[in-house]
Design a protein around this ligand. Structure first.
Ligand code: ZN
Length: 362
């Protein structure tokens, strides 16, 4: 009986194509209302994002183990490990015996163990909960120093091959507090360390950390070109922050990521599973706007009124909080057909694992 269950969760059925590569595009806080508003703001048409053309779509429950509304730590842990955990926990689950929380192996660690190349590109700090849930195991997401330590002390393989993200000043402070420098620590772990994303194209293991924005598409393209040199394949996680407490910035980020997915989908190859999802939704609502003039103009005109705040803008209003409704998962490539219907976010781990032909460790 156990054997049959394992088979069901394991390798793809005979004849089905397997994925060599997996790319996860994680829209942080990119819920359905945010995608809807971003598409109309950018193109003045509903369902105008590339995401809306992806062939397989499902609705993913994001609730945490202990709360109905998740944070990024528990949300990304579920996607990367297949297990729900408590808010603020990063790829660990509470111990049933009451002891210290137990680390849970992440998909990125499975990939490292099997010799694939791995990468993270994010416009959030590299130690923040979403990227950290790929490689670190800590009970408290705020434990920045320990997350940086674990980033450079991988449990499997040789660690993540390409790292691009924010948080350079954080890294400098964390390593200084432990008697070294970020330059020495990253070099000691085998990285070329810098702040210019162009470093990614130069080959070898690279860590690019900076504190301001960078051009997403060339960076992701260079990252894929680097990772794809490995005949065994690669696993890449791209996170783009879509929190809309600043709606202008958040909605622009949606369009940036959508452009990335459009471009990468055109060049990634048929053996690549591409998955877009969000770790949780967010309290953004379109509450108005007519179809006679561009929505962005209407939003700006409303925002110019002295009595209007971001929150009470009649065109797009913001309740500045994560929200609990399902988010979309959209997929293309081998295994994408499993992304259908309503399911828990933990299912996405199994979708990726079985697309690669792997089985969960028991
Ligand atoms: Zn988040």
């Amino acid at each position: 009986m156990a054997g049959i269950v394992l088979l069901a969760l394991g390798a793809a059925p005979a004849g089905a194509q397997q994925a060599r590569n997996v790319i996860v595009f994680l829209g942080d806080a990119g819920g359905v209302p945010t995608l809807n508003a971003a598409g109309i703001m950018a193109h003045d048409r509903p369902q105008s994002l590339f995401l809306h053309t992806m062939p397989n779509v499902g609705l993913s429950d994001t609730s945490a183990r202990n709360q109905w509304v998740t944070d990024s730590a528990a949300g990304m842990t579920a996607i990367m490990t297949g297990q729900k955990t408590d808010n603020a926990m990063v790829s660990v689950v509470p111990s049933t015996a009451g002891g210290a929380p137990t680390p849970v192996k992440t998909l990125m660690e499975y990939a490292e163990q099997r010799g694939l190349s791995t990468g993270i590109v994010t416009n959030m700090p590299i130690w923040d909960a979403t990227p950290a849930a790929c490689y670190a195991h800590v009970p408290a997401r705020k434990d920045k120093d320990e997350i940086f330590r674990q980033l450079l002390a991988p449990r499997f393989g040789d660690g993540i091959d390409v790292l691009v993200g924010h948080g350079r000043a954080d890294a400098v402070a964390s390593f200084a507090a432990h008697g070294t420098t970020a330059d020495k620590a990253f070099a000691g772990a085998g990285y070329r360390f810098g702040s210019d994303p162009a470093l990614v194209g130069s080959g070898g293991r690279v860590a690019v950390l900076r504190d301001d924005e960078f051009a997403p598409l060339p960076t992701v393209e260079a990252t894929i070109a680097t990772l794809a040199r490995n005949p065994k394949g690669y696993f890449l996680m791209v996170e783009w922050d879509m929190h809309t407490d600043d709606p202008h910035k958040g909605l622009r980020h949606v369009v940036e990521m959508d452009d990335m997915i459009r471009r990468i989908s055109a060049v990634a190859g048929k053996d690549t599973l591409i998955l877009f999802t969000a770790d949780h939704s967010f309290g953004l609502r379109m509450g108005g706007g007519d179809r006679k003039s561009p929505l962005a103009q209407q939003y700006a005109a409303e925002a110019a009124k002295p009595e209007v705040t971001v929150a009470n803008n009649q065109v797009i209003s913001i309740d500045d909080t994560h929200t609990g409704e399902e988010v979309i998962a959209a997929a293309s490539g081998p295994g994408a057909e499993q992304v259908r219907g309503f399911f828990p976010n933990t299912r996405l781990f199994d979708v990726m694992l079985s697309a690669l032909g792997w089985k969960r460790d028991e």
